[in-house]
Design a protein around this ligand. Structure first.
Ligand code: ATP
Length: 460
């Protein structure tokens, strides 16, 4: 992971947040290449799941919502972690995680605060920092960030920063069915920021307190569609998205079904996709979580509004739809894409680092490189070619440093093709050298054919 963190900073993918002020723990800022990469991940997700499907529409709801939303969703009462402090070194640990690490996940899930304290005492589990076994009792800590709406703090209303994007979809379910032609089964997709006051953030962008989610709530009529069918379909669609569309190696991925006692009380089945991160297997996304009728029922009760769907075949029949939720983290997926692309290899006795992004994910698709920067005849031609290509593909112009160094730099940001303009371009053949990132092989291509050549290469 250190290699990815340092490459990310050196090459402008991800910087530590607020760095000139000494940073703010576990915040990260996406740099010029990182934002392109993450935007590509989001764009491809949106196209795959929202635009290319007849049974899906999109939404962009507010981060701040009426606090009743979070009472209805259960977050005010139960979105919390059991925390304990080591009495010796004052390290704060999550009781359930400590149990999970030492005894396995089946001992950690579904336990009360009392049971957690008891297990840790009985099994003499120790503090990871100092090794002591004396902890305070486990206390519940709500993970929602609170803020105030209104200028004068004392008079203002308490609001929460949303801990998931899903609820914005549920509260708009009725709006969507009354303003569109959508019929069950259909889904609503949304990309947006979420905030959780995580106790154990870390591992670079894997777990942060501010992150971005890409969520789908897929609504269906349980009388006409079996949940098992929808569950199986979504597991497959999510898996295909990660493996085929994003190209993450299947050998680094696995599906994991949640154990019965690990499921949320309203869920009948959840399957995660896990990725083998450098620190071990970790949840990449929830491929599908079956949430039953819980969400719409809760919001109907708390809001007092009729949120049912009228069966178009039988207008007397009202349906409270059931929900399947595939939920992806944009930052975690971007991190997995980076890790998956990272490669080191020796070429002609020299080591190179190369990010082997699929062209559609690469932040920069084409680099235009004049062989030398002090010959105007060459730089002028290179600039003309840059202007010819740049509106068609994300393109960068670079004239500083030796050509070898410039190739290395483009390899490190994962640019699939470098185009070099040299003396022969001007004097002989009106052609350029196109270098392939993965093979480092070079081909001579006529300037008049360049755009088509690159389009062919990038699309295949
Ligand atoms: P974890 O068990 O890792 O905390 P979770 O089960 O709480 O995750 P979900 O509530 O299922 O996560 O959220 C869906 C997705 O959102 C996750 O699969 C992950 O990709 C992303 N996600 C959740 N929490 C974070 C976080 N703190 N930082 C970055 N991404 C996150």
């Amino acid at each position: 992971m250190e290699k990815i963190v340092s490459l990310s900073k050196r090459r402008g993918f991800v910087y530590p947040g607020s760095e000139i002020y000494g940073g703010l723990a576990n915040t990260w800022d996406y740099g010029p290449y990182g934002v392109e990469l993450k935007n590509n991940v989001k764009k491809i997700w949106w196209k795959t799941f929202v635009q290319d499907r007849q049974d899906m529409v999109g939404l962009d709801a507010s981060i701040l919502m009426n606090p009743r939303v979070w009472e209805a969703s259960g977050h005010v009462q139960s979105f919390s972690d059991p925390l304990m402090d080591c009495k010796k070194c004052k390290e704060r640990v999550r009781g359930d995680k400590l149990i999970e690490q030492h005894l396995g996940i089946e001992f950690a899930v579904g336990k009360t605060l009392k049971e957690i304290s008891q297990i840790i005492r009985d099994k003499k589990l120790s503090c990871p920092k100092c090794g002591a076994t004396d902890f305070t009792e486990a206390r519940s800590f709500n993970l929602m960030f609170k803020t105030h709406q209104g200028v004068i703090e004392e008079d203002s209303a308490l609001v929460y920063m949303r801990p998931e994007t899903a609820q914005g979809i549920f509260v708009n379910f009725k709006n969507v069915i009354t303003s569109t032609r959508m019929k069950l089964p259909f889904g609503i997709g949304q990309i947006g920021k979420a905030f959780r006051n995580e106790i154990t953030p870390g591992n670079f962008t894997f777990r942060t307190r501010e992150f971005e989610q890409m969520e789908i709530e897929y609504f269906f009529d349980p009388e006409t569609t079996s949940w098992e069918k929808i569950f199986t379909e979504w597991k497959e669609w999510s898996w295909n998205f990660v493996t085929k569309t994003l190209g993450i190696a299947e050998t680094s991925l696995r599906l994991r079904d949640h154990e019965k006692d690990e499921l949320s009380h309203y869920s009948k089945g959840t399957t995660d996709i896990e990725y083998l991160f450098p620190f071990g297997w970790g949840e990449l996304c929830a491929a599908a979580a079956y949430r039953t009728a819980f969400d719409i029922t809760q919001h109907q009760t708390f809001s007092g509004q009729d949120l049912s769907y009228t069966d178009p075949e039988n207008p007397k029949r009202k349906v409270i739809p059931h929900v399947m939720e595939p939920s992806f983290g944009a930052d975690r997926i971007t991190l997995a894409v980076l890790l998956n692309a990272y490669d080191e290899e020796e070429i002609d006795g020299e080591m190179r680092v190369v990010l082997r992004f699929a062209p559609k994910l690469a932040p920069i698709k084409i680099a235009i490189l004049p062989l030398v920067k002090n010959k105007e005849i060459i730089t002028k031609k290179a600039e003309d070619i840059y202007h010819m290509v740049k509106g068609k593909f994300t393109t960068e112009y670079d004239e500083s440093g030796s050509i070898g160094k410039r190739y290395r730099r483009q390899d490190e940001i994962g640019t699939p093709y470098c185009v070099t303009i040299d003396f022969d371009t001007i004097e002989k053949d009106d052609a350029v050298t196109v270098r392939d990132r993965d093979t480092t092989k070079q081909e001579r291509v006529k300037v008049t054919e360049l755009v088509n050549y690159l389009r062919d290469k990038l699309e295949n």
